[in-house]
Ligand binder design. Sequence first.
Ligand code: SF4
Length: 683
Amino acid sequence: MRETRTKKTKTVCTFCGVGCTFEVWTKGRKILKVQPTHEAPVNAISTCVKGKFGWDFVNSEERLTKPLIRKNGRFVESSWDEALDLVASRLASIKQQYGGNSVGFISSSKITNEENYVIQKLARQMFETNNVDNCSRYCQSPATDGLFRTVGMGGDAGTIKDIAAAGLVIIVGANPAEGHPVLATRVKRAHKLHGQKLIVADIRKNEMAERSDIHISPKQGTDQVWLMAVTKYMIDHGWHDQEFINENVNFFDDYKEVLEKYTLEYAETHSGISRETLIQIAETIRDADGTCILWGMGVTQNTGASDTSAAISNLLLATGNYRRPGAGAYPLRGHNNVQGACDMGTLPTWLPGYQHVTDDVARAKFEKAYGVKIDGQPGLNNIEMLKAIEKGDMKAMYLVGEDMALVDADANHVDKVLSGLDFFVVQDIFLSRTAQYADVVLPGAPSLEKDGTFTNTERRVQRLYKALPTMGDSKADWEITQEIANRLGANWNYSHPSEIYDEMASLSPIFSQANYEVLEGWNSFLWGSHDGSSTPLLYVDGFNFPDKKARFALADWVEPHKFPEEYDLHINNGRMLEHFHEGNMTNKSNGIQSKVPDIFVEVSPELAKERKVSDGGLVRLVSPFGAVKLKALITDRVKNNELFLPMNSVDKDSAINFLTGPIYDRRTSTPAYKQTMVRMEVL
Ligand code: SF4
């Protein structure tokens, strides 16, 4: 029967890590409007353009509504039974022939916490492998790693309210005005109305840079240098917090030795930031009542990404900017559920709730619950899985909600690797670029069609409620994973995501006091407390090490990757306000796509003049790894030999990853997307 009543359902926005909540008004499958309310803990009555107008994609005719099986080179619609039986039998036979480690599992920051939990459980229980990862490998893993090394936890130190309350906000390599708009609004307001100081370090003159008190454009890959020089300068002048360090931090003397060479002169030479500006930054930190540092992919997609994240944390530790409101480290999570996917253990090194796979006690707990032996060695991450496929060690992959062939670096190479799998299952809501390599495609469901929880950038877990029925024969992703597991011999009986959440919380001390009752309606839960209760501020009881003391990470800067001289232009990439990441949801939302249909490369006026590039004219960009062809947009947001390419393209002719290469963060394997050089041909 056709639905004629208007229904209001609380949901959580899927378009960035801010975690705005609102009511979506629907009639049948029609989305009438999105209405934020004062009850929303993060955004109250604010949303950005994506949250307001980005939802048409759920009714797109391109949605997958039936399972597909490749037969004679073509996808053919099938029944669920046929598709799931095939998936289970092929995965089982590959496991039997080559072992559980021959199968890889890739999860997503777009799906719910519960769905992430069951994917890691499928890997660990039914395949006894830790070869499970999620798409935070492409963005936030280095930030998490840098924080684990220094303060022992990977989450934001406080809440978005803390950022707004800080005396000084420093943004490094991020553009929250477009990537995290509602959070950026809080900073803009505090800066404009409440005297908050703002420093922005970004190659591009983005909106936050335009508003800032100090904007610096360090040379690509040199943020660690200026951060360490400022730290050294402050220590040399006695502007650090010795009392805080004595009580809370180890290895100060060792860190001072590492800092020895990071003089203002050294920093000026390598980063291009003048000594006067570095002194001005140090003075601003000294004078501020609380400093928060926010950072994004301008930091984390570099060869020294984890070390730069650690340098940020070191600066905060040296100046006593932890363990109090209005201070601390704030990695800006990009996707809506980057934090949650990692919390749930879809990582090769961590079981749910950040219990390390090498921790015998933690592993024993999961072994008892799952009734299997879990490998005590970390598994392979996304990047290592691709290498294992190339070597012939990985034969099959189950990938959920991630367009790997578009978002991984060196896309031309990824294409070749994925076509080498013996068996490939892709679960998504659209026939993604990656799905073209699949043997079976399973139709999952978007957030509006399911219950569950997401966790935003400030560690806040929030409920989303099912607003729409699933489309066609598609199913909630957790249901599909459960059906695969049971066909492989598991005995899972989850009838609702709340049961999955309860199981996860029973095994994860930091979530022990969280459940669906606590999370009901507009309520939320911020993980991070030792007793498993909700906490807005991390490290209240000390840092997450056995002696409760943080540690200065002793990491030296290493020069970024060098390209041959013919590649003379640096190409940066990032988000646009209107589009979501690679764009394959918002480009199917008419309200967004009709306003912002085109992709372009930003060219500086001086470069345009020198190379005779006209505004709107076509250029071809060539890197050692591929080429793209697109229109030029001449703008002073970029300067000199800098180019900027928005990342929201699904087209081989304009997607950034047909230029990026196999260059990675030294510790986490996150691709150094930001270290890409090209040459430009004017067409
Ligand atoms: Fe959605 Fe982020 Fe915009 Fe909020 S700021 S409405 S979470 S895209």
